[in-house]
Design a protein around this ligand. Sequence first.
Ligand code: 5GP
Ligand code: MN
Ligand code: MN
Length: 296
Amino acid sequence: MSNILVHPLSDNPTAAWKEICKTQKLFKVNVKLPAKPPNDNQIRFVCMSDTHSLVHNIKYDIPDGDVFIHAGDFSRCGHIDEVKEFNKWIGTLPHKHKIVISGNHELSFDPKFIDVFKKKFEPSSRHREIFHCPSYGKGEDDIKEAVHTENIRHYLTNCTYLEDAGLELYGIKIYGTPWQPSFGNWGFNLERGSECLQKWNLIPENTDILITHTPPVGHGDLVCSGIRAGCVELLTTVQERVKPKYHIFGHIHEGYGVSSDGKIIYINASTCDINYMPNNLPIVFDYPIPEGFSKN
Ligand code: 5GP
Ligand code: MN
Ligand code: MN
């Protein structure tokens, strides 16, 4: 049982952070690629997020490593063609292990969203606007097809897809979850407060590396308009209960970068910038292999 409480200012993360930050440490962390390859006692993690079907526009080489992580929004609307294309691309990467979660743009992965869509679809519905995805350039029929693809995750054959689930690699416990505070009626949207907290309560206490799509409040969550968009209960959960070594996310593109509270390292790995240009570099870190485990 978790004893994390919903913050009274949960609905207003900007105001909540103003209160919370009075008792917080906050450091900026250097994001440079490590100069040397990892030694035998370390696992190299390479993190990206929010590539939005633009991987072919990336102008740099993806750094090699042991584990590749993508923190969601790999597509524009989760159309099957996008999923297949992403799967093909991730299959070309050299990393031994590849871990992917969904973001709000992977509409076809969210059964709740599909359900609402199927019931509400009509020419005047605001869902139609979402499914129109102007930049995607697909017609209504294609979009309908996107959400009617059963078990879309089965098309991700070249990676491990985590949705409220974990896995252990080299004795390192990793957990991934796609949910974020509601914004603009997308996939995996939940109300701020107890709805979000219920999902965070599923994260096991011994998680070493946590992957979410949304940032927690206060780290990598500052929107260009000056407000904070991170989840208050996610910060409380990671700091007070889960205490991972690393928390990896994306979603707020302009929040790209690394920070720390002195205990946990927070990585906003958004590859796309605010203009959906895939300009930001992957974020790379080396994790010491726990005692009793090895690279083989
Ligand atoms: P995406 O549509 O790729 O999930 O998010 C793209 C951009 O939308 C972010 O970089 C951010 O500027 C904005 N955005 C996403 N979620 C929120 C939110 O909850 N609140 C605010 N104010 N902006 C958001
Ligand atoms: Mn995004
Ligand atoms: Mn997003």
